[in-house]
Write a protein that binds this ligand. Structure first.
Ligand code: ZN
Length: 343
C-alpha cells in the first residue's frame, strides 16, 4: 500500500552538469561524459533505495532535458540551428531545435541508462518519456505546417517514435513507462480532443504498467508566476481527466500538495491508479512526514487506498541535491506514517 516514487527527474551532481538549471551544460564530453552519466544514475538508484523508495527511477541523469534528451536521437531534427520559442502557451522562452524533415529514430534513445538502472535494482523500475503533445510544444516546426492540423500530424509522428522506444524499454525490463504531459494542463481542449489519443498511440502494445504525469511545471520562476495568475481554484485537470479515465493509460500522476487543485477532481479518475503529489518541488522547505500523511489522508476521500501512490508534484531537477534527498526521505517517512494511520 502507498508505494512511493518520484515524478521523474532528480538534480544532477555538480560534477556531471551545471546545477539548478533546466537546460544545464554538461561538465564533460565523449567517453568521460558517458561515464559521468552512468555514475550519477547509479548514485541516484542507490540514494532512492537508501531513502526507502519502492519504485526507482534513473533520475533522468543521462539527458540534458526531459524533452530534448529524446529529440537528440531523432532524425529530421536540426539541433544546430536552435530558435527561441515561447513554450507552454508563451509562459516562458526556450531555445528549441527545429523539425525540418520526416522523423525517424536514429536508434535506441535510453537503452544505456535504462539497462544500467535495471541491472542495479531489484525494485520496480519506472522510466519516463516526454508525451507527444509536450514534445510538439517544445520543438519548432518547419516541416508539418502551421495550425492545429500540423500539430496533430507531428504529435502522432512523435507518438510512433515514442512507442518504438517504449516497447524497447519494456524489453529492457522496465516495469512502468510514464509519459510526461505538462502540456495537457495548458491546451485543455486539444488535450481532451487529440492529446490523449496521441498518448495512447505512444503506449500502444505495452504490457507493462503505463502512466502519464501532468503537472504545473518545475519550480522555476516563470511557473511560480503563472500559478499565481490561475486564481483560487485550479480546475485544469477537469478537462482532461474524463478523457484519461476512458483511456488505456493505467496511472495518472498529478500535482497536489501546496497547489490549488481541488482534491475532488481526483474522483474523475475512477479505475486509475493515482500518483498523488505530496511533495512540493517549488519550495526548498522539506515536508514533514505528518504533512505528507495528511495529504494522503485528504486524497483518500477521493481515491481508494489500493489505488493511491504518493509521489512528488513534479521532477526535482532544478533543486539542490541535499534538499532533494531530504524530500525523498520525507516522502518515504510520510507514506509509512500514512500506512499506520489508514491501513
Ligand atoms: Zn512535472
Amino acid at each position: 500500500m502507498f508505494e512511493t516514487s518520484i515524478a521523474g527527474s532528480l538534480p544532477k551532481p555538480e560534477w556531471l552538469a551545471e546545477t539548478q538549471k533546466l537546460w544545464p551544460q554538461w561538465r564533460a564530453e565523449g567517453e568521460a561524459l558517458r561515464q559521468a552519466k552512468a555514475d550519477a544514475t547509479l548514485l541516484w538508484v542507490k540514494t532512492q533505495e537508501d531513502a526507502g523508495m519502492d519504485i526507482i527511477g534513473d533520475g533522468e541523469q543521462a539527458r540534458q532535458h526531459f524533452v530534448h534528451g529524446f529529440l537528440e536521437q531523432v532524425e529530421g531534427i536540426d539541433f544546430v540551428n536552435k530558435v527561441k520559442m515561447g513554450i507552454r502557451n508563451n509562459r516562458y522562452d526556450a531555445m528549441v531545435p527545429q523539425v525540418v524533415a520526416p522523423l525517424r529514430l536514429k536508434g535506441r534513445v535510453h537503452a544505456f541508462e535504462a539497462r544500467l538502472a535495471r541491472a542495479h535494482t531489484q525494485r520496480k523500475l519506472k522510466f519516463t518519456l516526454p508525451g507527444p503533445m509536450t514534445i510538439v510544444d517544445t520543438v519548432a516546426d518547419r516541416f508539418y505546417g502551421a495550425g492545429e492540423e500540423g500539430r496533430i500530424k507531428m504529435a502522432f509522428a512523435f507518438a510512433e517514435l515514442l512507442n518504438q522506444e517504449a516497447l524497447a524499454l519494456q524489453a529492457d525490463g522496465v516495469d512502468i513507462i510514464q509519459f510526461d504531459e505538462p502540456a495537457f494542463n495548458v491546451y485543455l481542449d486539444a488535450a481532451a480532443d487529440w492529446g490523449v489519443k496521441a498518448l495512447e498511440r505512444a503506449a500502444q502494445g505495452l504490457t507493462c504498467t503505463t502512466a502519464v504525469h501532468i503537472c504545473y511545471g518545475y519550480g522555476i520562476q516563470a511557473n511560480i508566476d503563472w500559478k499565481q495568475s490561475l486564481g483560487e481554484e485550479w480546475r485544469q485537470y477537469e478537462k482532461v481527466f474524463p478523457a484519461l479515465a476512458k483511456s488505456s493509460i493505467q496511472q495518472v500522476s498529478l500535482e497536489c500538495f501546496h497547489s490549488h487543485v481541488p482534491m475532488d477532481l481526483m474522483a474523475l479518475l475512477q479505475g486509475k491508479d493515482v500518483l498523488v503529489g505530496v511533495i512540493d518541488v517549488a519550495s526548498d522547505v522539506v515536508e514533514t512526514p505528518e504533512q505528507v500523511a495528511d495529504t494522503i489522508g485528504k486524497a483518500l476521500q477521493f481515491v481508494p487506498k489500493a489505488r493511491l501512490l504518493p509521489c512528488t508534484n513534479c521532477g526535482l531537477a532544478p533543486m539542490s541535491r541535499a534538499v532533494a534527498e531530504a524530500k525523498l526521505k520525507a516522502l518515504v517517512d510520510g507514506a509509512a506514517l500514512a500506512r499506520q494511520r489508514y491501513a
